[in-house]
Design a protein around this ligand. Structure first.
Ligand code: HEC
Ligand code: HEC
Ligand code: HEC
Ligand code: HEC
Ligand code: HEC
Length: 260
């Protein structure tokens, strides 16, 4: 692991300042309003490529998991490119290349980001986080109103953090995994519209947050964290990242519904 508490000391002061400037400004105002959750094509004043590079540099293990995942490859993946070629709608780019403006094809370095660290974590300035790091004892998701933005819980976190119980709940995923196609897009879709949240809410696992199953704990001791590989049944073997041993996964909500 290269992001122990000592790491920040090794970073040039200028870089730390740049990070602080990028991440800090909206913290104060966010203290009033509860932070929003990730959505397709979030409004951005930051440079997502540069900021994401910083996240990856310090969180190397998580970055390794994310690189090559369906999220990172959401735009560049062949199945999506094939579908987009048939139907080149800005609507599609808003979710599959959320770090670029959807009105035109994304620049390559933003296309490569796909659904990035900044997409899910940097919504209102400082990185969003679940109330408890590593998710050991998050309990069930709390109501949206109990959001409590705060500064770092420990001195080992060199940047502000917005803690929000919703980020440990389905709300962190719903902005992209629950949607309807636009009215004008009557067609045979390569993928039916996503109703994962609805399926989840109707399932026997409604109380289990998405991340419990899709982000199993990886690593040990201080490096224990929720895996960001987002492994799935459609993941090809050659893209499987070594490391996190998949937890025993209960039947999916879909599978459960299919059988009932
Ligand atoms: C200068 C190094 C550095 C940079 C840059 C950095 N982080 Fe961190 N971050 C850390 C360290 C160290 C911790 C505490 C140890 C840990 O949780 O890995 C941390 C903690 C966190 C946490 C968990 C907070 C908690 O306690 O639950 C989140 C979430 C997070 N960072 C996200 C990000 C994101 C997203 C970015 C990019 C926008 C980023 N970090 C950039 C070093 C950094
Ligand atoms: C609101 C967000 C959103 C929008 C808009 C969106 N998608 Fe998706 N797309 C997703 C999600 C989430 C998945 C993964 C869902 C799953 O596997 O159940 C996905 C999966 C896919 C896949 C399967 C990729 C693979 O690797 O198997 C294709 C192809 C695809 N989308 C094409 C499109 C096209 C074409 C459009 C525009 C007509 C579009 N999407 C619009 C969110 C979106
Ligand atoms: C900013 C939008 C966005 C957010 C937020 C998001 N996803 Fe996704 N997710 C996508 C897209 C787009 C894809 C499809 C990538 C592809 O294959 O083209 C995807 C793919 C996936 C896949 C793989 C699906 C497959 O067919 O293999 C899983 C699993 C997944 N997401 C789970 C989650 C979970 C759990 C969360 C919340 C912690 C989450 N996602 C949050 C956009 C998002
Ligand atoms: C109880 C564990 C569990 C929970 C909770 C759960 N999932 Fe899943 N999910 C699974 C399993 C297992 C699969 C694989 C199912 C299959 O292949 O039929 C799956 C499949 C998926 C897929 C399609 C990927 C694939 O393998 O084809 C997406 C996208 C997804 N889940 C997103 C979500 C989101 C978003 C939530 C929260 C709203 C959620 N899941 C909640 C276990 C879970
Ligand atoms: C698809 C959305 C998504 C993406 C992309 C994503 N994260 Fe996360 N991340 C989450 C969620 C959700 C959690 C909290 C899970 C929980 O504890 O329930 C989390 C947790 C974390 C934590 C806290 C550690 C822990 O175990 O809880 C860190 C640090 C972090 N992410 C860093 C990153 C970095 C760095 C990247 C890019 C390489 C990244 N994340 C990409 C959704 C995402």
């Amino acid at each position: 692991m290269d992001h122990e508490g000592r790491l920040p000391a090794k970073l040039p002061a200028a870089l730390l300042l740049a990070i602080a400037l990028t991440l800090a400004p909206s913290t104060t105002s966010s203290r009033r309003a509860a932070p929003r959750m990730p959505v397709p094509e979030p409004p951005r004043s930051l440079d997502p490529v540069a900021v994401n590079r910083d996240c990856e540099r310090c969180h190397a293990e998580i970055a390794r998991e994310w690189r090559g995942s369906k999220h990172q490859r959401a735009y560049v993946d062949a199945p999506f490119q094939a579908a987009l070629a048939k139907e080149p709608l800005p609507f599609c780019r808003g979710c599959h290349a959320p770090e670029a403006r959807s009105s035109r094809p994304p620049p390559p370095e933003r296309a490569e980001l796909g659904v990035a660290c900044v997409t899910c974590h940097v919504v209102d300035g400082a990185p969003l986080a679940a109330p408890a790091p590593g998710g050991e004892d998050q309990g069930s998701p709390s109501p949206a109103s109990s959001s409590s933005p705060s500064s770092p819980a420990s001195p080992s976190v060199p940047h502000p953090v917005l803690r929000d119980p919703r980020f440990a709940s389905a709300a962190a995923c719903g902005g992209c995994h629950e949607f309807a196609f636009p009215d004008h897009a009557a067609r045979r879709a390569p993928e039916p519209m996503q109703l994962t949240l609805t399926e989840h809410a109707a399932s026997a696992y409604a109380d289990v947050p998405c991340a419990r199953c899709h982000m199993p704990l990886a690593g040990h001791g201080p490096s224990a964290h929720r895996s960001h590989a987002f492994a799935s049944s459609r993941r090809t073997p050659e893209r499987r990242t070594p490391g996190p041993r998949a937890q025993r996964r209960p039947r999916s909500p879909r599978a459960a519904r299919r059988r009932s």
